[in-house]
Ligand binder design. Structure first.
Ligand SMILES: [Zn+2]
Length: 284
């Protein structure tokens, strides 16, 4: 989650040299390299710092985007973006997901906001209505078409997640792109016209052929890969036998809460949801 001392703001230019800096080359975040003895950061031990904007600009040249994206405890937060290139000496590029636990938790989620704004910026270079090159609005997350004046906003895609309970068991599934051995709760995007509760019932039926009841709200979380808003529910099993949806679900099983498989990263709402339900079931 974004830290409570952070306020989102936007300006299409930022020249504050003292700003907290979230810098990207393509899809990867650029961070100062760790000293050699710390090259394998331990999870839950924040060890990365944020880079200095001026040093990066002198090494890489003017960025394609240099935006103010908010402030944290009164300090400006600045997004720098270069579409391609290598990390300059003394820096390294990282997949954002991989630095969770090694970057301050608040900075991780501000970086997650930055990453979504990078996606928005890259996806709306040209107007979808008339094809003219767009430019960023000065004080709003919108790219504007100078020809037809259409405004193109950052996309946020709502997606549901649902953890299904049956006795002491949880229904967990894996999709073909998961790392080997990892299982998670079911998830899927909300269709236009659908309420998220309807999405839960539809996705559960499509993906594993089960019926569920007693939907309970758990929590929501932004997931910037690339721009999802995860809406997490808990549900009880109501009937049906597991049939996995071809190509979407490689395997789905009922797991006893004392024999769970590998679970998703601690940065994910899936992990929090599963751990919450397991501790609730143990306490019952
Ligand atoms: Zn246009």
């Amino acid at each position: 989650m974004l830290p409570t001392d952070f306020s989102p703001r936007f300006a299409a230019t930022c020249t504050d040299a003292a700003a907290r800096c979230y810098a990207w080359i393509g899809e990867n975040i650029l961070l100062p390299a760790l000293p050699e003895h710390a090259a394998s950061p331990q999870p839950a031990t924040p060890s990365f710092s944020l880079p200095q904007a001026d040093a990066l600009i002198s090494a890489l040249g003017q960025p394609e985007a240099d935006y103010l994206i908010g402030d944290r405890a009164g300090q400006a937060c600045r997004l720098l973006f270069w579409p391609q290139g290598d990390a300059p000496d003394g820096y390294a590029l990282h997949n954002l997901r991989a630095v969770h636990g090694s970057l301050d938790e608040g900075d991780f989620w501000i970086a997650a906001r930055a990453r979504q704004l990078v996606s928005w910026d890259r996806e709306h270079r040209f107007c979808g209505y008339c094809g003219t090159a767009t430019f960023p609005a000065p004080n709003e997350v919108a790219r504007v078409c100078p020809n037809c004046h259409q405004r193109h906003y950052a996309r946020v895609s709502p997606a549901i997640m649902v953890l299904i309970k049956r006795g002491r068991q949880l229904l967990l599934a894996r999709s073909p792109h998961f790392k080997a051995g990892m299982y998670s709760a079911l998830a899927g995007f909300v269709e236009p016209g659908e309420a998220c509760e309807g999405t839960v019932h539809r996705e559960v039926m499509e993906e594993v052929n089960l019926r569920v009841k007693n939907l309970r709200w758990f929590d929501s979380q932004s997931w910037p890969f690339p721009h999802s808003l995860m809406l997490a529910f808990i549900a009880d099993y109501d009937g049906g036998d597991i049939v996995c949806q071809p190509e979407e679900i490689e395997d789905a099983q009922w797991f006893d809460i004392d024999a769970l498989p590998d679970l998703p990263t601690r940065a994910s709402i899936a992990r929090r949801l599963i751990e919450h339900v397991v501790s609730e079931m143990r306490a019952a």
